[in-house]
Design a protein around this ligand. Structure first.
Ligand code: NAD
Length: 486
């Protein structure tokens, strides 16, 4: 389907979804959606206002008691149908993601499969929200703990995984009995709107899931966080915006889950299986064209194997086929927008000016769209911005180290703590270093950690809370303690 156009999705919504109705923005405003492969406008969607945001909270509020009272089995079956419906429409969804986000189709197909799994996993978890019953240490009473839905949840998602970041929140929220307002990223609102249609087809009642594309994200989200009916914010995006929203949420003491930025180290010890380390590096760096919070951002390679690792990584990176995401043979699509491509270019130039060496790539190709050539840099000095900031593009800076203590120190030298990767054949070293790395997740001889059944999340300034796994649903439940004498 290299000639895919939006017209091939007959039921693609382009308005706000409030209380089960597709409605225009209250002021009639719309904003454009752009194809990153060409820079051309592909369509427009309604641009939600503050009034629309409050209307969406009204709808979520009206639906809340009914949804919370729905039998867990019924909620599970709705989510299971959503999984099946998403899987049946996987091809359409993958093309839509490629078109508005730019990512290569294999990455988009991978995202759809990953995203749908959150509906299946939380269909299975919906019936397992257990409580606790114990006897107080004094023996005077029982301590009963019941788990109840936290309340209306505002979900704010980024553009890099427009389907998966939405299902990773909607799945557990619905399983827990919460109603939601989803504010998708403005670069990728279409995927969120099609997913809402899929949820409607799966039998989610009107008002349980409301979707509010909005360019004025600050004003719209702030209005919802200052509405006393909203009790939960789940945000995935940059640490910078996360900090703003934590402050906003403080006014009404809204319960927050934060999935923020990363700066993942990828550590290769001299005893590593280098074939496996190169394969893992390609996944950790190039999944989603480097636009992932989990992307390997800093490669630390032990001195004895650094030349061989750099040479082989450069060979693999330079062989990648760059092109429009929806073209059949593309492995690396464009970045999401012009700003992203400019930022990657600035980081590479800064590293080179500071003494870094370009092994391969190092520039934007001469073509329309927001492309960046897969790049490997060596000799990157420790102070370079590229080692401190999220690159969010297909660039691998390599730094060498001499011993384990230095590797751990370099890896932990960041305010972020989302994920770390390490390769070694020494199991004791692997476990010792895994424990010493300051991150919420570790890939030990693996370049991919994301799994709907596992708790995903960060430490330090990479976030608060976990999504996925059993823990993901707890983020949408309050524990209520009832002291009982009987
Ligand atoms: P972003 O922070 O710019 O935007 C995220 C969302 O917040 C978007 O919907 C945006 O419209 C909205 N937003 C922006 N400013 C806002 C404001 N002032 N008030 C309310 N909402 C606002 O991030 P992005 O560029 O869309 O995504 C990339 C970032 O997301 C990277 O930092 C990446 O690491 C992070 N990310 C983290 C995870 C994770 O699980 N930890 C997953 C994916 C992406």
């Amino acid at each position: 389907m290299a000639d895919f156009t939006l017209d091939q999705i007959a039921d693609l919504p382009r308005d706000l979804l409030i209380g089960g109705q597709a409605v225009p923005a209250s002021d009639g405003g719309r904003f454009d959606v752009v194809d990153p492969a060409t820079g051309k406008v592909i369509t427009s969607v309604a641009n939600g206002t503050v009034d629309d945001a409050i209307a969406a909270v009204d709808a979520a509020d009206a639906a809340a008691p009914g949804w919370a009272a729905t039998a867990p089995r019924q909620r599970a079956e709705v989510l299971r149908r959503a999984f099946e419906e998403m899987t049946a429409r996987a091809d359409e969804l993958a093309h839509l993601i490629s078109l508005e986000n730019g990512k290569a189709l294999p990455d988009a197909r991978g995202e759809v499969a990953y995203a749908a799994e959150f509906f299946r996993w939380y269909a299975e978890e919906a019936v397992r929200a257990s409580g606790e019953l114990t006897t107080a240490p004094s023996g005077a009473n029982r301590i009963m703990v019941v788990r109840q839905p936290v309340g209306i949840a505002v979900l704010v998602t980024p553009w890099n995984f427009p389907a998966a970041m939405a299902t990773r929140k909607i799945g557990p929220a619905l399983a827990a009995g919460c109603t939601v307002v989803l504010k998708p990223a403005s670069d990728t609102p279409l995927t969120a709107l099609l997913m809402a249609k899929i949820l409607d087809d799966a039998g989610v009642p009107a008002g349980v899931v409301n979707v509010l594309p909005a360019r004025r994200s600050g004003a719209v989200v702030s209005a919802m966080l200052h509405d006393a009916r909203v009790r939960k914010l789940s945000f995935t995006g940059s640490t910078e915006v996360g900090r703003i929203l934590l402050k906003e949420a403080a006014d009404q003491v809204v319960n927050c889950s934060m999935e923020l930025g990363g700066n993942a180290p990828f550590v290769v010890f001299e005893d590593a299986d280098l074939d496996a380390a190169i394969d893992g590096a390609m996944v950790a760096k190039m999944r989603n064209g480097g636009e992932a919070c989990t992307a390997a951002n800093r490669f630390f390679v032990q001195a004895d194997v650094a030349d061989e690792f750099s040479r082989r990584l450069a060979e693999r990176m330079s062989a990648m086929q760059v092109g429009p995401g929806i073209a059949d043979d593309t492995e690396v699509g464009p970045l999401v927008n012009e700003e992203a491509a400019v930022k990657v270019d600035e980081l590479v130039r800064g590293a080179v000016d500071a003494g870094g060496r370009v092994v391969v790539g190092g520039s934007r190709p001469d073509r329309p769209g927001f492309y960046y050539t897969p790049t490997v840099l060596t000799d990157v000095p420790s102070g370079a911005a590229i080692l401190r900031e999220e690159i969010f593009g297909p660039v691998a800076p390599i730094v060498t180290f001499t011993d384990e203590a230095e590797a751990v120190r370099l890896a932990n030298d960041t305010e972020f703590g989302l994920v770390s990767y390490l390769y070694t054949s020494d199991l004791a070293r692997g476990l010792r270093v895994s424990e010493a790395l300051e991150s919420g997740m570790v890939g030990l001889n693996r370049g991919l950690v994301s799994d709907p059944a596992a708790p995903f999340g960060g430490t330090k300034q990479s976030g608060i809370g976990r999504e996925g796994g059993h823990e993901g649903m707890l983020d949408y439940l309050e524990s209520k303690y009832i002291a009982v004498t009987w």
